[in-house]
Design a protein around this ligand. Structure first.
Ligand SMILES: *Cc1c(COP(=O)(O)O)cnc(C)c1O
Length: 239
């Protein structure tokens, strides 16, 4: 077994344990493998170990990697299906077309203007683009994400766009080292999600939890956990 496949197995076991501790079914949580800064070989190794969804933050890096991964999988005799790609980085408005053309999901929509562009630019031969709205649950300490009080209006706007499928909410909380304070900040996203659904929104996705706070996120209802270093190892940004 390779190191990446061992790590994937360990993360899947940790997800199952956290789910059981929260009286949830392990299948209600999807693992998004965050492959930023790791090359196509690492992604292919994870695909061969059964991992089918990958998260990327940097557009050009992602496009280069996708091309190599798709070519390798289509060449192979073993007919592995192509993985699903999720964009989880900050979005510049001049990059929306390439995101709309190449990704299956976008987790980091925080403005109506970006949502409009993604909907207009989503190619018609592809299924609607799955969207999570990024919410700033940590106050002024983090600049990314819509303010919680603005999310209701954003939900209404995005839900009406024809080429998008609004799935849910995403957050990156301030780092906290202990389980209880991790849960405390993640609970704010869950509460917002439940409030919106009580008002009639049909959201099915809570994208929260990374390598360091995955168990707390699952305890608070995460349906997608975004895990990088626990699968691929430490990132080296200089490389
Ligand atoms: C890098 C990143 C992750 C994964 O972080 P790890 O700590 O390596 O698990 C998850 N979500 C987002 C938005 C990221 O940028």
């Amino acid at each position: 077994m390779t190191r990446i496949s061992q790590n994937l197995q360990a993360v899947q076991i940790a997800i199952a344990q956290a789910a059981l501790a929260a009286s949830r079914h392990p299948d209600s949580i999807r693992l998004l493998a965050v492959s930023k800064t790791f090359g196509p070989a690492a992604v292919l190794e994870a695909v061969r170990a059964g991992q089918m969804a990958f998260g990327e933050n940097y557009l050009q890096e992602a496009l280069d990697k996708m091309a190599v991964v798709s070519a390798a999988l289509q060449q192979g005799q073993n007919q592995l299906p192509l993985p699903e790609w999720h964009f989880i980085g900050p979005i510049q408005s001049n990059k929306t077309r390439l995101i709309a053309e190449h990704f299956d999901w976008v987790h980091t929509v925080e403005r109506e203007k970006i949502a409009h562009r993604l909907s207009e630019q989503r190619p018609h031969h592809l299924a609607p683009l799955n969207i999570c709205l990024q919410v700033n649950i940590s106050g002024e300490n983090s600049k990314s994400g819509a303010a919680p009080e603005d999310v209701g209006v954003l939900v209404q706007a995005v839900a009406g766009l024809p080429r998008l499928r609004l799935r849910g909410l995403m957050a990156i909380p301030e780092p906290a080292s202990d389980f209880d304070s991790q849960r405390h900040s993640l609970r704010r996203l869950r509460q917002l999600f439940e409030d919106l659904n009580a008002q009639g929104c049909a959201l099915d996705t809570l994208s929260m939890g990374m390598s360091a706070d995955m168990a707390a996120a699952i305890a608070e209802g995460a349906t997608i956990v975004r895990v990088g270093s626990a699968i691929f190892g430490q990132r080296n940004y200089e490389a």
